[in-house]
Design a protein around this ligand. Structure first.
Ligand code: PRT
Ligand code: ZN
Length: 300
């Protein structure tokens, strides 16, 4: 039987833009779980791993405080909390270990449509409404700007119309929310996507092994997303040209073809997507019988 100390806890967003993608990533890592009735907890059935479902804003602190061993949150939240809970002497106790291909957005400054903007210096002496005060303060400091930050926990996009601020700084994806509020995006503070964070707290060997194992699987899932297994026939003389055309490939397997002295089969894993143009270029240097297959799992 597993004693609780030997199970690891992963914090995910309970309900929002990151939830389905995060649960899907863990399923693809081979984790099977049952969700508790109150929907706050998922019990790992086939591995000693449990999932805590919480607000995304709480995830960095839970991982930093070693309540959870791993977490998935937006870089926007992770960066803000890193600035808020960490100091120069005592940085936040988590490391960002993987960048994920979902939750894409950007933290950006927006201005009323008719406000002129000529770079960060325009912000000097202004009031900027945001839910990301530490990130905005860092941006202003990096550009040597002195401005007032007005903290709002929500509805930031109406702050300029209410006369509370001259600019806002908020997350933007398609930009339609800004447009609906007669705002214009003028400055990107940083690009964001979901990230995996890991506690820096020392773990027992059993837990550390489990954390390493799940992270290795996350790495495998990320690697296969773009990877393709390519098979083709080619003249031996074209091997060099073919290797140069295959994107992100490492040491291809060369197999002799029965009945042909000068022709071989080449099998290779490409770590990048293989486009039609690549296949056409391969054909042009003598390749034939080209096959591109998806890779389901990879352990490197
Ligand atoms: O309850 P909880 O606190 O967990 O949820 P939440 O409401 O804080 O989070 P949620 O689900 O809205 O977002 C979770 C994470 O998704 C964010 O922290 C970001 O990392 C990421 N993300 C990606 C976004 C967006 N895209 C996004 N568009 N988060 C918020 N938005 C907002 C944006 O600010 C705007 O108000 O969605 C609105 C629509 O955006 P446009 O530009 O497409 O109009
Ligand atoms: Zn939130």
């Amino acid at each position: 039987m597993n004693i609780p100390e030997q199970r690891i806890q992963i914090a995910l967003q309970k309900s929002g833009r990151l939830t389905d993608h995060s649960l899907d990533l863990l399923s693809r890592c081979g984790l099977k779980f049952t969700r508790s009735r109150d929907q706050l907890f998922c019990y790992g059935e086939n591995m000693p791993i449990d999932i805590l479902l919480v607000r995304d804003d709480d995830i960095p602190a839970l991982v930093s405080d070693d309540v959870c061993d791993l977490g998935i949150a937006g870089l926007n939240v992770v960066h803000e909390k890193r600035l808020q809970i960490g100091t120069d002497e005592q940085p936040a106790m988590f490391d960002q270990v993987y960048s994920l291909d979902f939750g894409h957005c950007r933290l950006a400054i927006a201005a009323p449509k008719d406000t002129e903007y000529c770079g960060p210096s325009t912000l000097q002496g202004s009031r900027i409404a945001t839910s990301y005060p530490a990130s905005v303060a860092e941006f202003l400091q990096q550009h040597g700007i002195d401005a007032d930050i007005v903290y709002l926990s929500g509805a930031v996009e109406i702050a300029t119309r209410l006369g509370r601020a001259d600019f806002i700084c908020d997350l933007v994806c398609t930009g339609s929310t800004l447009a609906a509020n007669q705002l214009r995006e003028v400055q990107t503070v940083f690009e964001s996507n979901a990230v995996v964070i890991q506690t820096r707290a020392p773990l027992s060997q059993t837990k550390q092994d489990l954390v390493d194992r799940i992270l290795q699987r996350v790495n495998g899932v990320l690697q296969v997303q773009e990877s393709k297994y390519v098979m083709l026939h080619a003249p031996r003389s074209a091997l060099k040209e073919i290797a140069a055309l295959l994107p992100g490939s490492e040491s291809p397997t060369i197999i002799p073809l029965e009945g042909f002295d000068d022709k071989v089969a080449i099998h290779v894993v490409c770590r990048e997507n293989v486009f039609w143009e690549t296949l056409e270029n391969l054909k042009a240097v003598g390749a034939s019988s080209l096959l591109v297959l998806p890779v389901e799992k990879m352990l490197v």
